[in-house]
Design a protein around this ligand. Structure first.
Ligand code: FCB
Length: 470
């Protein structure tokens, strides 16, 4: 990887982590992606359509009508992408499998060409000394399953468990760490309730039912993995947002509780405590009808780790005119990413401490954390994303404080390895540590990638030394 002199000077001027020894030896430094956001090749080698193909090709659903047809063309460029990962010195790479590539109909035998693709990819990671953390579902439901009712249909949970079992049989010798679901809140609430994500339905009762079936799908899949690959480690990744009342008023405080129940607690309560608590039932009245005897025990079976995706803190305002839960969210200050999300590093410390204190003694992995900025490719073809370096340093320092406070945090996976297809926002938001020019598919590691590599390398050297105060 060549670094221009100017970029090298900028890197030298960057501060390091405030307290690197807060991160224990063996701490897992990683980068994250998801299949539909990077792979492209949506009609190749037998892949079937997923709900994201359908949604993104429906006029008016995504920014500029952008879709994942080509994305980062990772399906064809994976070898050079893995070389880049290795150059960035990360220990771990979190990727997701495309269900509709592996099992185009959503049931039945796996597609051998897809199995070959993922086996080659996973072997390629092993050859480069990078460990995979594999998400089995990152939002791309095979379209035939949506046509049969989607996540509001209970049968989809069973279909997921069968797909997971087949994937574990086909790939399990190359993977030790599995994540069943990524952010089931987005799949259920954004997908079925608010219509902002695929499949674009607007039915809050369907969203509640989908949420329960996603939890159930996780529990059923977990049991299958335990049976088929007892040595593997399994978790689930939830988005946990740091919600604050906009003012001290009882109305804003109640609105904050409603939003917390409808999002953070909708999954954390059943997964970690085996219940949907009263505030969750109050905001999701349709939940009760979906629950069958034994479901909550299935959902709450212990995992080996808890994945936590975290981006921002927001302020919550009671608002009678708002269409959803009579509330409105605004970013906490300063709201300076291109998504309008705040950069408040303390929020990561807060959610880590909350989850460790109120929910789970299991090890935690921050499976996503990152920020979008309007990155600029300068005339030297360098991308000096100072804001992202500041973001990463701030959030990692916050993670270090959570470690000092006793949180059993084992890894941090920055979102994202590459700029990629940001769902309904299309290609307009760039989260990558590596810039992607979509016209040429050229990759340029940004300043943040160089900084991250330096911090990882320094941490490795420090913890390898016998003087390390571990
Ligand atoms: C998360 C998603 C991930 C990415 C980031 C920005 O909610 O899991 O795929 O879109 O947001």
């Amino acid at each position: 990887m060549t670094t221009s002199e100017r970029l090298r000077d900028r890197l030298l001027a960057q501060a390091s982590l405030a307290d690197p020894s807060a991160f224990p030896p063996g701490f897992r430094w990683g980068l994250s992606t998801a299949a539909y956001q990077i792979e492209g090749a949506v009609r190749e080698d037998g892949r079937g359509p997923s709900i994201w193909d359908t949604f993104s090709h429906t006029p008016g659903k995504t920014f500029h009508g952008d879709n994942g047809d080509t994305a980062c063309d990772h399906y064809h460029r994976w070898r050079q992408d893995l070389d880049l990962l290795q150059e960035l010195a990360v220990q771990d790479y979190r990727l997701s499998l495309s269900w509709s590539r592996l099992q185009p109909a959503g049931s039945g035998p796996l597609n051998p060409l897809a199995v070959k693709f993922y086996r080659d990819l996973l072997s390629g990671l092993a050859e480069r000394g990078v460990r995979p953390l594999v998400t089995l579902y990152h939002w791309d439901l095979p379209q035939p399953l949506e046509d049969a009712g989607g996540w509001p249909a209970r049968s989809t949970a069973a279909a997921f468990a069968d797909y997971v079992a087949a994937a574990v049989v086909a790939l399990g010798d190359l993977v030790q760490d599995w994540i069943t679901l990524n952010e089931p809140w987005c799949s259920s609430v954004l997908g079925y309730g608010l219509g902002a994500h695929a499949p674009g339905r607007r039915d809050l009762a369907a969203a509640a039912t989908a949420a329960h079936h996603l939890g159930l799908a996780h529990g059923l899949a977990l049991a299958r993995i335990r049976q088929l690959a007892p040595a593997s480690r399994v978790g689930i990744s939830n988005i946990v947002t740091d919600l604050w009342p906009a003012t001290d008023s009882p109305a804003d405080q109640a609105a904050t509780q409603r939003l917390d129940a409808s999002s953070n607690r909708l999954f954390l309560d059943p997964l970690c405590h085996g219940v949907y608590s009263d505030p969750v039932h109050a905001v999701w009245p349709a939940l009760a009808a979906a629950i069958r005897p034994g479901d909550l025990e299935t959902i709450a079976a212990p995992t080996d780790f808890l994945g936590l995706n975290h981006y921002h803190r927001s302020y919550v305002h009671h608002d009678d005119t708002a269409p959803y839960l009579a509330l409105r969210e605004t970013p906490a200050e300063p709201a300076d990413t291109s998504c309008g999300w705040s950069v408040v590093p303390d929020s990561l410390e807060a959610v880590l401490i909350r989850v460790a204190r109120d929910y789970s003694a299991a090890p935690i992995l921050v499976t996503e954390s990152g920020a979008s900025f309007d990155d600029y490719v300068d005339p030297d073809a360098a991308v000096v994303d100072q804001e992202r370096v500041d973001y990463l340093r701030g959030y990692l320092d916050a993670a270090g404080r959570a470690l000092r406070a006793g949180v059993d945090l084992r890894g941090y996976y920055a979102w994202s390895f590459l700029d990629n297809y940001e769902w309904a926002l299309g290609y307009s938001k760039r989260f990558g540590l590596v810039h992607v020019d979509y016209a040429s598919q050229r990759r340029i590691p940004k300043l943040s990638a160089h900084w991250y590599r330096r911090e990882i390398t320094q941490h490795r050297q420090m913890t390898a030394s016998p003087a390390h105060p571990a």
